[in-house]
Design a protein around this ligand. Structure first.
Ligand code: FMN
Length: 450
């Protein structure tokens, strides 16, 4: 990850903060402000009480994700299409995902309390590890899974972690628990961008997510054996925490400010018993503001990739799929080929991801699917709400929903009425792309009086 930060620094995409900052709220507040203004990566070189610096907002914008996935600017490719290509090349790939490194990891043993963890939101119950990539190997088939699970710091020996029951790790843990078994897991903090993006991506449980990371990285991942479990651990992570998820053990965790922008109340969460912690000299700790651009952009990209693939298998004319401002909203850019095409795509889109496709909108390809303003403009100028809005009732959505707030779907067809393209052609002002505003302003005559 540090190599990637260095590349971004050279491109002027990093804000280095050398003043001392408080891990209690202050680093999070600065991160939120930066995300609202310039969206650069933020490196906090001095964090009160710690020797290790902190980095935030590494993955908070699409152009950095595009760089990681090798998407060339203006190449007509999107992040979700590039991600799909990596998924396809890794699923069933025969080339090895990992290779044992000849050199040691260089990481040295330390305590969990030496790793700077931040407190983010006013009501958070404590300091949290939010950007740790959990690496586990399924004991039944040897397949590796990568995923994120926030961890509330309790002591050098314990994190309380949140595991969604429908995620692969949730299912694996439930299977182990039925046998009264622990789940050995290793948390990679400040791992390579390839590992981070692979951890955001859900692929079939029988497919190996280390192979996906290797495909994104463009080479097998160099590894070294773990200290306390039988696992090959990627070298490319500054900080590694080895431990076990205990069976039949749940302890209080949260409140915590969650991805939808609200707090989750205290709940009974899994216990991660910490066995070994190590950090590389010169390590930097990745902190991530939950629900911010850095959390949502990568998850939206992987959700969009999945929906793009499903729609593209059934329909012609799918140009792009974008999920934002949270995964719950999906915008499909379509080149309609026949009357009713957009409506068919809409119906398929609402079922393409049962957890997230709460609001789906289809637009023509002259509309920018990344701009909600443009998307809403298309709907209000091209569509009759009484004919082009479908409300589907009684359909469960996001799983943690005791009051059924996420039941139902809204689907909007915002495409041009069939056969009337000429009337709805967008007006344009010629020559805008040739305007050189800075040069024009520099050429202004001086207004000062002599
Ligand atoms: C930064 C970040 C934090 C996340 N935190 C959690 C979490 O605390 N608990 C959880 O169950 N899922 C969390 N997720 C979601 C899953 O880790 C993620 O969707 C992952 O791809 C799961 O995929 P899998 O089902 O293939 O393992 C988080 C995702 C991101 C990007």
């Amino acid at each position: 990850m540090q190599r990637f930060i260095e590349q971004c620094r050279k491109a002027g995409d990093v804000l280095d903060i050398h003043a001392e900052v408080d891990p209690e709220f202050e680093a999070a507040a600065i991160t939120a402000e930066v995300q609202a203004r310039g969206n650069q990566i933020v490196v906090f070189h001095r964090v009160r009480g710690y020797d290790i610096p902190v980095v935030t907002n590494v993955y908070g914008c699409r152009h950095r994700l595009a760089r990681i996935l090798g998407v060339a600017a203006g190449g007509g490719d999107s992040v979700s299409q590039a991600l799909n290509r990596h998924i396809e090349s890794s699923v069933g790939s025969r080339s090895p995902a990992t290779a044992e490194a000849s050199q040691s990891s260089g990481r040295q043993a330390c305590r969990l309390s030496q790793i700077p963890l931040l407190r983010y939101h006013e009501e958070d119950a404590g300091r949290y590890l939010t950007a740790g990539v959990f690496l586990v190997r399924d004991p039944d088939n040897g397949v590796h899974n990568l995923s994120f699970h926030r961890g509330m710091y309790v002591s050098d020996d314990e994190l309380r972690i949140s595991i969604g029951p429908r995620h692969d790790l949730g299912r694996l843990q439930a299977r182990a628990e039925a046998r009264d078994a622990e789940v050995p897991a290793t948390i990679l903090l400040s791992a390579s961008p390839a590992l981070f993006v692979a951890a955001c991506t859900s692929i079939p449980p029988e497919a190996d997510e280390l192979a996906l990371a290797a495909s994104i990285a463009g080479a097998p991942l160099a590894t070294a054996p773990a200290h306390t479990q039988d696992l090959a651990v990627p070298l490319d992570a500054d900080i590694v925490i080895e431990g076990r998820i205990l069976p039949h053990e749940r302890r209080p965790e949260a409140p915590f400010g969650e991805w939808m922008g609200y707090y989750i109340d205290e709940k009974q969460s899994h216990v991660f018993a910490v066995d070994h912690v190590e950090a590389r000299p010169g390590a930097i700790a990745h902190g991530l503001l939950c629900g911010s651009a850095e959390d949502l952009r990568p998850l939206e990209a992987s959700t969009a990739a999945r929906i793009f693939k499903m729609l593209n298998q059934q329909f012609p004319g799918i140009v792009d799929v974008v999920c934002f401002p949270t995964m719950l909203c999906t915008v499909i850019s379509l080149r309609p080929a026949y009357e009713g095409h957009a409506r068919q795509v809409l119906l398929a889109a609402v079922t393409a991801h049962f957890m997230y496709s709460k609001l789906c909108i289809v637009v023509d390809d002259d509309v920018d699917p990344y701009s909600l303003e443009d998307v809403v403009w298309a709907f209000v100028t091209r569509a009759r709400p009484d004919q082009r809005a479908l409300v589907l009732g009684d359909l469960p959505g996001f799983f943690r929903d005791p009051h059924k707030d996420h039941w139902g779907r809204l689907a909007l067809d915002a495409t041009i009425p069939w056969g009337r393209n000429h009337e709805f052609r967008r007006k344009s002002v010629p020559g805008r792309d040739r305007v050189r505003l800075t040069e024009l302003l520099a050429a202004q005559p001086s207004t000062s009086q002599e």
